[in-house]
Ligand binder design. Structure first.
Ligand code: GUN
Length: 273
């Protein structure tokens, strides 16, 4: 069984990026800048944003975090985005989700200049990805894709089952797998027999947010299992996959933590190079 070490892959990716930043700095005397906006006090969001800032700085990029209280008015955020869109020093804008109730997520995503949309959530980027054109790709699926390719270079003809249909993970993941010529099944909470679907899979991407949903007897021998879940439980952080059982059957699996998570941030920084 191969334990896919996302921490190591992400660290190697950051080392490569650091070299590129140094080169660009000496050639053009400038570095790309990432602006992250955090609204409110959601604890996981605070950790993500802190890590994004830390790693951006570590590789030598300019990084700014704008923090707002949870009662922020939508107009204030929209005006800030307009300002950042026009600012040449800002190459990427990321508004951390979830946003408080009074703010319309769709309006915010659509206000970001699609060329500065590092998340790949803007409808133009979503459309380009689904049309198979160049686009900004959401970081988590991109990270999953890079980890998959570490285990299996040629994914053509493989049957991939994606669990979860979110705009952040499931849907863009499906597009990336199609690009690799996989046969893709998207499953979700209304899927009739999820176990039966999973048993057909050469590749499983679990991105549904249910602790240890995917069991050992759901897995075809030698399948590759990528676990996107980060679920807080009484026994600590666990993924969407029952790791102990599944790792006995799978050919390769990502651990939680230390799998997809670290790759997400490294992929965010990768977009600039
Ligand atoms: N919240 C959880 N994951 C993400 C992400 O990839 N991007 C943003 N903007 N917010 C998130």
């Amino acid at each position: 069984m191969i334990l896919i070490d996302g921490k190591k892959e992400a660290s190697e990716l950051r080392d490569q990026l650091k070299k590129k930043v140094t080169e660009i700095k000496s050639k053009y005397n400038t570095v790309p800048g990432l602006t992250v906006i955090l609204v409110g006090e959601d604890p996981p969001s605070k950790i993500y944003v802190k890590n994004k800032e830390k790693f951006a700085k570590e590789i030598g990029m300019n990084s700014e975090v704008i923090r707002y209280p949870s009662d922020l008015k939508e107009d204030v955020l929209l005006n800030k985005i307009k300002e950042l869109n026009k600012d040449d020093k800002v190459s990427g804008i990321l508004v951390q989700l979830p946003l408080p109730k009074q703010i319309d997520k769709r309006k915010i995503i659509e206000a970001i200049d699609y060329e500065k949309d590092v998340d790949g959530f803007h409808p133009i980027n979503v459309g380009n990805l689904s049309s198979g054109y160049d686009s900004s790709i959401p970081c988590t699926p991109l990270g999953c894709s890079l980890l998959l390719k570490k285990v299996e270079k040629n994914l053509s003809g493989k049957h991939a089952v994606v669990i979860g249909r979110s705009n952040l993970n499931g849907k863009p993941m499906t597009q990336l797998l199609l690009k690799e010529n996989c046969t893709v099944t998207i499953t979700h909470s209304k899927t009739k027999d999820l176990k039966a679907e999973c048993l057909k899979a050469d590749i499983i991407i679990a991105a549904v947010g249910i602790p240890e949903l995917v069991k050992g007897d759901w897995i075809k021998k030698d399948a590759i299992v990528i676990d996107v879940g980060i679920n807080k439980t009484d026994k600590g952080i666990v993924g969407d996959v029952a790791f102990d059982e599944v790792s006995k059957v799978a050919k390769a699996i990502t651990p939680v933590p230390g799998g997809v998570g670290p790759m997400t941030i490294a992929c965010l920084l990768k977009k600039y190079y």
